[in-house]
Ligand binder design. Structure first.
Ligand code: AMP
Ligand code: MG
Length: 486
């Protein structure tokens, strides 16, 4: 049933077994105010932007009023956090409903930071403004980069103080996802060992995300393979753009293959495979170069949950899962190689490309070259810029690359155009994000944030106003650190 706001809910998750969730309303907040609203996304969802930014609309986005047709619930899940298994669940998020778009797509609308739930453990269920704005910026930047991700519809401030190390303004983010099914959701249900529940969850996930698996002789194995391929592609895209998720726990890995949970994530400036930004990742478990390995580890945990469905003979099931899991690195390597060829303008494959790419990355590491800008400099042939390009190592690499480019049947102009479409002119650089957040949170000045959002919207535009946002930060004595968004 459609209504004034354009909500058109069909809440399938709420029809799953009761143990999968808890029905409850968000906690009301004193004085909600919308600070960010994503009109293009609202349109895509079939929602009325104007109505949603009215007083009643904002009350809905703050959790003070339920959207017509919504059925608020917190989802139960478990997860391996830094390798250790824990019972979790939406501790500060509530799924408001599943929106059917005019194009017939289905999206979860979830409020994040809207109060305690049965899964809050010691937490207050709240979120603070800075981290919610940060999730909005980075998730929307990822979407613009064409990387599968949850999206951000709105941020509202609550008029309430939230206590962390200091008192901070509270906020609620409206998150949009193809679904919030996680590897951790399967871990939770599998761990309960209640007859039938696991099959119900798997069938649900298949119907929602990978309906073609239904046709396969072993649909659960096909489903596992589909998730592997989605994650292999996703991970390659993160790596190609220099994205570090920061907290790749199994509860933060989706079944749909969307990036989720923008806590301590950040984009790399100088290229170093060992880069870690998260203050809580002391051993570098989730360092840049570890991400594909961790994804495979998480998928192995996912496989363990599926074993009872793969075959009656568990020994056989294990062999099947292991064989399938091997596909992850094959797929990942293919995506990464294809992506790097695009970035370097290598328009068809050559066996030596792997070496050419590896050698460039090694040189970039040795010279602490800026990751994104090195590819832009190659695209625009800007070799006067810095020391790195004057080094003998780079010069030798450059002549190999130029020789290799001669294999392209296309003109240099065509090659360059191709490179421009695969090397973003702008990424959400940490110092720029911090600067925008400072102005918004400390001074209530949203102009820098709006400006940043607008340049991040078209990352392949290569327009002059983006140039200042492409500049790396000044070197500092203390490395950049991110904190979990709690
Ligand atoms: P995250 O690090 O955001 O993936 O969260 C990990 C787990 O902690 C999830 O179950 C969250 O719902 C929960 N959590 C995070 N922050 C809070 C909070 N302020 N109150 C209650 N639960 C929280
Ligand atoms: Mg999480």
């Amino acid at each position: 049933m459609q209504n004034d706001f354009g909500f058109h809910f069909d809440n399938t998750y709420a029809r799953l077994p009761e143990s999968f969730f808890s029905l409850l309303d968000p906690t009301p907040v004193p004085s909600p105010r919308a600070v960010l609203f994503n009109e293009p996304l609202a349109k895509l969802l079939g929602l009325d932007s104007e109505a949603l930014q009215s007083e009643r609309g904002i009350a809905i986005l703050a959790g003070n009023e339920n959207p017509p047709g919504g059925l608020p619930l917190a989802q139960a899940y478990a997860g391996h956090q830094f390798g250790y298994f824990t019972m979790l669940g939406d501790g500060r998020a509530i799924l408001m409903g599943e929106q059917l778009t005019p194009q017939g797509e289905r999206y979860d609308l979830q409020l994040k930071g809207c109060g305690r739930t049965p899964y809050s453990r010691g937490g207050d269920g709240k979120a603070t403004l800075g981290p919610m704005l940060r999730e909005y910026i980075i998730s929307e930047a990822m979407a613009a980069l064409r990387i599968p991700t949850t999206r951000s519809l709105a941020v509202v401030t609550t008029g309430e103080r939230v206590y962390r190390e200091t008192s901070l303004p509270g906020a609620v983010l409206t998150r949009v996802a193809q679904s919030h099914l996680r590897v951790g959701t399967f871990q939770y249900v599998a761990g309960r060992r209640v007859e039938g529940e696991l099959r119900i969850l798997a069938d649900y996930a298949i119907r929602r995300h990978y309906p073609s698996a239904e046709q396969k002789p072993n649909k659960y194995l096909a489903f596992f393979g589909d998730v592997i391929r989605a994650q292999a592609s996703l991970l390659a895209q993160w790596m190609l753009v220099g994205f570090i998720h920061g907290v790749m726990n199994t509860d933060n890995m989706t079944i749909s293959g969307e990036t989720i949970d923008y806590g301590p994530c950040a984009f790399m400036d100088a290229f170093d495979p060992a880069t870690v930004f998260s203050s809580i990742d002391q051993h570098g478990r989730y360092a840049y170069s570890n991400q594909p390995k961790i994804a495979a580890w998480n998928l192995a945990r996912f496989a363990e949950t599926l074993l009872p469905l793969l075959d009656e003979d568990q020994e056989k099931a294990r062999d099947m899962a292991e064989a399938e899991l091997k596909d992850f690195s094959t797929q990942y390597n293919q995506h990464f190689l294809a992506g790097m060829r695009n970035k370097l303008g290598l328009l068809q494959a050559d066996d030596d490309d792997t070496t050419l790419i590896r050698d460039l990355l090694q040189l970039m590491h040795d010279h602490q070259a800026d990751y994104a800008n090195t590819f832009l400099d190659l695209t625009f042939q800007r070799f006067e810029q810095n020391e790195f390009y004057r080094s003998d190592g780079f010069k030798a690499w450059r002549s190999r690359w130029e020789k290799r480019l001669e294999q392209n049947p296309q003109s240099w102009e065509q090659t360059q155009e191709h490179m421009k479409q695969h090397n973003p002119s702008v990424i959400p650089r940490n110092h720029r994000v911090e600067e925008a957040l400072r102005a918004a949170v400390q001074k209530g000045d949203y102009e820098p944030l709006q400006k940043l959002l607008s340049v991040l919207e078209k990352p392949f535009a290569h327009s002059p106003e983006q140039e200042e946002f492409a500049t790396p930060p000044e070197p500092t004595a203390t490395p950049y650190r991110t904190f979990c968004g709690t």
